[in-house]
Design a protein around this ligand. Structure first.
Ligand code: PRX
Length: 647
């Protein structure tokens, strides 16, 4: 185990050339205190406004006058900021580099070409009746047209809701229903690790539950022979040339919605996190520039799927708002071999590489040779996101990939935050392996105890943020009350992140993971309640409780306790069936790693499941089960301990 004491100073050459060095960071901290309005105005000035904002910030986290508004009288268009403002100067510069699932399949899209594709798709959407404010569901593989589809929506003021290509038809249907979208953009199939993903078939299945969806725009990608529904399905390649190659961008108010992205919480169905136009783009743009220290001409590669927030902010919006070059990778880290990431870096001369700890842990296992046989000298900066990075993985990343020279920015943020909040700045912050380090200027984290008492100095507690930043989500789509209740009622006047965190004597933050019933499996955020409701929907299951447990590669694994209905026999075949069932109900990434048959679940006398005990058993911390005397039937715990499934 690495001690907190290990510190990696900022490399001198990097500090010299960085957008923000230590002095500039300190100056920004001072400025945002002395002149917050001016500081935030400058962040917005990174963008190209049709009408620049005069009102900068109007925020209250208090129940009586709860509101979050940034740059509210400004007018702009996101797609114009990501494309048109770079033209004609960057017409021939590469906006998107594409690397396909199969090695040897790659292509590029220049800013000029991106403009044409986005305009054409925007015109197709318009021709099909999509209007400003309409919700459009996007279910696509990791291909450049996914970015085109998002930008086409933004261009005409439609609100996109991207659904990750790994989600099941049921999950898609739930997300289409929740935001009442009438239009879907998909592809015939996707490719991932040598396999095909039946995207259009999943949409067909989902739409059986969403009869109001009038149109499906399907991109021919693999060329698979998929059935088309007359009157509903349109093929992109058939209509692309029937519309004009120019589409004027729609002027949007800064607080008009840009997108909805569903994410899991502790309870209930996934929430539609809503982000708006001006503040979100300003924050995505500034954080990309500052944290990745991005310089013109560099190739930036974020391995996240556009179906998650990381893909929104750092595959599409952040890089393009900066006129950068963003690499879109269709595949997976270990196909065809565990050398793939590193080969792609050499092939496209990637300067900045941003990935998730789970991928690093998986690749670390395969041995250093897969990395070291590649040159990797194009790399300048490394990044990590999505879950806590264990110091072992951090040090491996630094030593083997970074040749002991490259800084690693461990960026903490959430779907709700729109962009990074706690992260090193490569030219300013000394690094400690496993710590996301310090807040960005203007970001106000605090640690509190369970009762909300402020905790000072070196301490551990729940992480809250006491004031707003431009990229903050504005509401839960269709349920503003739920937005307030979920994030602002636990600790009144503060935004509660759901994360636990330690702060050391140097003021460095160490995220310890979720303190609610959300788990993080391979960087995918899952609500245990969602998996439980999938399990109980199976005809054999009476009751289920799901918890996370430490998993070497995935960070956390899914551990399910299942009580079967009377008379149902607990067999291995049924266990396999239930795993398949959850894959089918939610998606493959939610499948339980462990199912333990539970004749009974530990409940209080009022019937509440005591998850603390279930977590301890799953974690194999049998010595610290705590007080079980308040249970209605303490003997169920003995049974669960005795029959604990090996992990
Ligand atoms: O628990 C934190 C973890 O991921 C959660 C947010 O998940 P999601 O909304 O899917 O967004 C992921 C990508 C930003 C957080 O509440 N998390 C994210 N980044 C880190 C992290 N935990 C520790 N260190 C990080 N760098």
């Amino acid at each position: 185990m690495v001690s907190d004491g290990q510190v990696f100073p900022v490399p001198a050459d990097l500090a010299r050339d960085a957008h923000i060095d230590a002095a500039a960071y300190d100056a920004a901290l001072a400025r945002v205190e002395a002149d917050p309005e001016g500081y935030w105005r400058d962040i917005a000035a990174r963008l190209d406004w049709i009408t620049p904002p005069t009102k900068i910030k109007d925020v209250s986290y208090a129940k009586e006058d709860f509101r979050i508004r940034w740059y509210e009288d400004g007018v702009l268009n996101v797609s114009a900021n990501c494309i048109d403002r770079h033209l004609p100067a960057k017409k021939d510069d590469v906006a998107l580099v594409f690397e396909g699932d199969e090695p040897g399949t790659s292509s590029t899209l220049t800013y000029g070409q991106l403009h044409e594709e986005v305009c054409r798709m925007a015109n197709v959407l318009k021709a099909q009746g999509v209007k400003k404010g309409d919700r459009v569901t996007i279910y696509l593989p990791m291909v450049p047209l996914a970015a085109v589809a998002m930008l086409a929506c933004a261009r005409i003021g439609a609100v996109h809701s991207v659904v990750f290509g790994g989600f099941s038809p049921d999950s898609i249907a739930g997300r289409i229903q929740d935001c009442a979208s009438h239009f879907v953009i998909t592809a015939d199939e996707g490719r991932r690790g040598g396999r095909r993903v039946p995207l259009k078939a999943n949409i067909d299945e989902a739409l059986k539950h969403c009869p109001w969806v009038g149109k499906v725009l399907m991109i021919r990608w693999t060329g698979a022979d998929v059935p088309l529904k007359a009157g509903r399905d349109i093929v992109w390649q058939d209509v692309r040339d029937t519309v004009s190659a120019d589409c004027p961008p729609e002027p949007m108010n800064a607080e008009d919605p840009l997108f909805i992205l569903y994410t899991s919480g502790s309870t209930g169905k996934p929430k539609g996190v809503l982000h708006t136009t001006g503040g979100y783009l300003a924050w995505a743009s500034w954080t990309f520039w500052a944290v990745f220290d991005y310089k013109p001409g560099e190739v930036f590669w974020c391995t996240a799927d556009v179906g998650w927030v990381t893909g929104h902010s750092y595959v599409v919006y952040g890089p393009l708002a900066n006129g950068g070059t963003s690499l879109i990778f269709e595949g997976v880290p270990n196909y065809p071999t565990p050398s793939r990431f590193w080969e792609v870096i050499d092939k496209h001369q990637v300067s900045i590489f941003y990935t998730a700890p789970t991928a690093l842990r998986a690749l670390m296992r395969e041995g250093d040779a897969h990395v070291t046989k590649n040159d990797l000298s194009s790399l300048r900066l490394l990044g990590s996101v999505g879950e806590p990075i264990n110091p072992e993985a951090w040090l491996w990343y630094h030593r083997v990939v970074g040749k002991e020279k490259l800084p690693i920015v461990d960026t903490w943020w959430q779907t709700e935050t729109g962009g990074m909040l706690i992260t090193p700045l490569p030219g300013a912050t000394a690094l400690k392996p496993g710590s996301a380090s310090k807040p960005l200027p203007g970001v106000k984290p605090q640690l509190v105890d369970a009762e909300g008492k402020f905790l000072d100095g070196a301490t551990e507690g729940n992480l809250v943020i006491t004031d707003s930043w431009p990229g903050q989500m504005r509401t839960v789509y269709g349920d503003h009350q739920r937005f307030f209740e979920t994030y602002f009622s636990t600790y009144p006047g503060k935004y509660f992140t759901g994360d636990g965190c330690r702060r050391d004597a140097d003021g460095y933050y160490w995220i310890t993971g979720r303190v609610d019933d959300v788990i993080n499996v391979s960087g995918h955020r899952l609500g245990t309640a969602e998996i439980e409701s999938a399990l109980v929907a199976h005809e054999t299951v009476a009751e289920a409780a799901v918890v996370g447990y430490p998993h070497d590669i995935k960070g956390q694994g899914v551990y399910a306790y299942v009580t079967l209905k009377a008379g149902i026999e607990a067999t291995d075949a049924l266990r396999k069936d239930l795993v398949l069932w959850v894959r089918h109900e939610i998606g493959p990434f939610a499948a339980p790693d462990v199912i333990q048959w539970a004749p009974g679940l530990p409940k209080t006398r009022s019937g509440k499941i005591m998850r603390r005990i279930l977590r301890k058993i799953a974690e194999n911390e049998l010595g610290s089960l705590g007080d079980t005397s308040t249970l209605a039937d303490p003997s169920v715990v003995d049974d669960l301990v005795k029959n604990r499934a090996g992990t």
